[in-house]
Design a binder for this molecule. Structure first.
Ligand code: ATP
Length: 363
């Protein structure tokens, strides 16, 4: 089965009551500022949640409606879709929404209008497609090694699936690669299949900048909304241990994301930052039309030569946008107000409703 045709989604939207649109998302990831932003723009909001996870939405009072499910993976069920359509819902897909619904189902079964381009989601989740889009956009990405035998310097070894950096390890030689694989297999962190699918890339020593952009199809602008850096366990704890003691600890580093810090980048790098966003938007519209819609993110490491090396991309709202729920220095520059990514999305939807151009922003 192929991706739900856009015409089918537009037909569903056509039957909506436009005066009673509800902005809905799954209660996780970036839902707090998605819902808060929608409320600030005057929309009714809804959260899909389980009984045991509704606390933040109630305490922060960001949702007008609650849609309870037994498990997050139930979001694709027909009765939930039915309820969403009855609510005139526009769903904002985020990383957890896609993970729990399942990419196949998002593409083929989830017949509720979603903000953004459904077709591009596979391009951020499959490493080969992601690499192709970044390369063809002319962005600098880490050098890829085709086999462990090719390792000739510091590399990071990654494994398939969204695992938030779990099981990833750095190494510098072929021998070290196999030694670490055995240790991780013994610990049950990696399976034989994982090892066959290991992705080996240049370890970039640099400062982390995760750059959050918003592409407005209505205004044809690429906006820089904010930047964060990651707070990862155990690597960010490990670096607090003095080097002489680190060796004695015998702890393997891991890169599991636990939080984010807002950051700004030196001003002289901003031309490059904008150029990177512009290039990605242009290439995406060419190879995955209509291309990027709304939020996207480039996760980069800035090396000592001030090159921004992109090691990961999100083609939807990224978790790091939580670091500027009340706006970032960049979003402030545009609007002179503290604008979150969630509110920016809602503003685009509001504008599309006003000028009757919803077909530009939903799929
Ligand atoms: P998520 O999807 O949750 O972002 P992931 O499993 O896709 O995680 P990555 O984001 O690719 O994992 O990497 C996790 C972390 O590993 C990064 O935040 C960074 O700290 C480190 N890392 C990734 N690639 C490199 C690289 N090429 N050089 C140095 N460090 C890297």
């Amino acid at each position: 089965m192929s991706i739900i045709p856009k015409e089918e989604i537009l037909e569903i939207f056509h039957n909506y009551n436009r005066d009673e649109i509800t902005i809905v998302t799954l209660g996780s990831h970036t839902s707090l500022h998605i819902l808060k932003g929608a409320k600030l723009e005057g929309f009714s909001t809804g959260v899909i949640t389980t009984e045991d996870r509704d606390v933040p939405y109630k305490r922060f009072n960001v949702a007008d409606k609650y849609l309870y499910v037994d498990n997050f993976s139930d979001i694709s069920k027909n009765e939930i879709q039915e309820q969403l359509r009855e609510m005139n819902a526009i769903v904002i897909p985020h990383g957890s929404f896609i993970a729990y619904c399942g990419l196949d189902k998002v593409e083929r079964d989830f017949k509720v209008p979603m903000f953004g381009n459904r077709k591009i989601l596979r391009w951020e989740s499959e490493r080969d497609l992601e690499g192709r889009l970044l390369r063809e956009s002319g962005l600098r990405i880490p050098k890829k090694y085709n086999s462990p035998e090719e390792i000739d310097g510091p590399v990071i070894v990654k494994f398939p699936g969204a695992r938030g950096g779990k099981g990833y390890f750095p190494c510098s030689t072929t021998e070290e690669f196999w030694k670490k694989i055995e240790i991780f297999k013994d610990k049950g962190i990696l399976s034989k299949e994982d090892v066959n699918n290991a992705h080996i890339e240049e370890y970039v020593v640099g400062a982390n900048y995760c750059i959050h952009y918003f592409y407005s199809p209505l205004k044809d602008t690429v906006e820089l909304m904010g930047i964060d850096r990651r707070y990862e366990s155990n690597i960010d704890g490990l670096v607090r241990v003095p080097a002489k003691d680190q060796l004695g600890l015998n702890v393997d580093p891991s890169y599991v994301i636990t939080g984010n810090f807002p950051v700004v980048i030196r001003e002289s790098l901003l031309p490059k930052v904008f150029e990177m966003g512009d290039r990605l938007v242009a290439k995406a519209s060419e190879i995955i039309p209509p291309g990027m819609i709304g939020p996207f993110c480039l996760q980069t490491l800035c090396n000592e030569n001030l090159e921004l090396v992109v090691f990961e991309m999100s083609a939807r709202i990224d978790g790091g946008t939580n670091s500027f729920m009340n706006g970032s220095p960049y979003s402030y520059l545009y609007h002179g107000e503290p604008l979150s990514m969630g509110q920016r999305i809602a503003r685009e939807i509001k504008m599309a409703l006003d000028i009757n151009m919803m077909e530009k922003i939903i799929s």
